[in-house]
Ligand binder design. Structure first.
Ligand SMILES: Nc1ncnc2c1ncn2[C@@H]1O[C@H](COP(=O)(O)OP(=O)(O)OP(=O)(O)O)[C@@H](O)[C@H]1O
Ligand SMILES: [Mg+2]
Length: 304
């Protein structure tokens, strides 16, 4: 990856973000899980025949053309494909951030269509972490306050939220930057704050859209290694969109997309191979105005 870590704050730090949440080792209640078959229970996410259409004016664009996809609990999956092929759209639809036009999505065996908006928001807050390009850090909050946000939204007491957030920042090597605001951090540091926020609530699944795109190869390898460790030790499920073959190489499975469809998959057996690879981050949505950032963050957390 390229020389990106500290210099170009404006673009890089705004590039990610997200959130989270978790309930440690949260499980569905017994009656619900008892209704599910064994195989359904092992699926973190399952999508069947998912079509997503965007209507703009009189024209309709089919961004997903009948996608079947599933992720087993504890899997670390990379989604790869050319710009515009539907990767972000897929993540938005699978995580319940956006509605599907046709088809069904089950999260831990529960059909998302059967949940109200409020229930979906709660599910995101309690079970998911997001490291997305569009969900940036709130500029008026310090690093630790940004990390705390999802915990507070989930009802965690402020003292505990502060302790857990400090620990999460320590995990990404930023404890000493806790009181700094995003503008005072480098792009790579901001991305790590975002990652701390995505992990602080101990989520069951983390969705990443170019999660390490703004990091240099050393930091990217560190963060991916950390995610891999959480995956192995805590069963964290990860779905990571990436343009970087070196990221895909360290995942359990690479799913290839093209033109709104899944066109193949591979099972790489290697390690993350990030050295010497070009940085391929920076899409049209990577730079956000603060007001838009605040709006998107509220959207994610279901506030405001
Ligand atoms: N909100 C929207 N309204 C209309 N069209 C959209 C919207 N979001 C995405 N699209 C279109 O849907 C298609 C898929 O977009 P998507 O953002 O999912 O691509 P992507 O694979 O994530 O690309 P990239 O790698 O550049 O981030 C593109 O043609 C895009 O222009
Ligand atoms: Mg995208």
């Amino acid at each position: 990856m390229g020389p990106t870590s500290g210099s170009d704050d404006t673009q890089q730090g705004d590039h990610v973000q997200n959130q989270m949440v978790i309930e440690r080792n949260g499980h569905m209640n017994d009656s619900r899980s008892a209704q599910m078959s064994e195989s359904a229970e092992q699926k973190m996410i399952r999508a069947s025949g998912v079509v997503k259409e965007y209507r703009t004016g009189t024209s309709t664009l089919q961004a997903l053309k009948g996608v079947d996809f599933s992720v087993t609990k504890g899997e670390m999956v990379a989604v790869m494909g050319p710009s515009g092929c539907g990767k972000t759209t897929l993540l938005n639809c699978l995580s319940g951030l956006d509605d599907v036009t046709e088809g069904q999505v089950w999260l831990e065996g529960v059909d998302l269509a059967t949940l109200s908006d409020k229930q979906r928001t709660e599910s995101r807050a309690r079970r998911m972490g997001f490291i997305f390009q569009v969900y940036n850090l709130l500029p008026v909050l310090s690093a630790i306050e940004n990390v705390e946000l999802p915990l507070l939204v989930s009802g965690v007491k402020s003292r505990e939220a502060r302790d857990r957030s400090r620990e999460a920042l320590r995990t990404v090597g930023l404890e000493q930057w806790a009181t700094h605001r995003p503008a005072e951090l480098s792009g790579g540091q901001r991305q790590r704050v975002t990652i701390a926020r995505a992990l602080v609530n101990n989520p069951a699944i983390v969705w990443g859209d170019e999660p390490t795109g703004a990091l240099d190869s050393t930091n990217a390898t560190e963060i991916l290694t950390l995610m891999r460790e959480l995956n192995r030790t805590q069963g964290l499920t990860l779905v990571l969109v990436t343009h970087d073959p070196g990221v895909g190489a360290g995942c359990d499975r690479i799913v290839r997309m093209r033109d709104g469809e899944i066109v193949g998959e591979e099972r790489p057996s290697g390690e993350f191979g990030l050295d010497g690879l070009g940085v391929t981050h920076g899409t049209e949505d990577s730079v956000q105005m603060p007001s838009r950032t605040a709006q998107l963050t509220r959207e994610l957390y279901g506030q405001g």
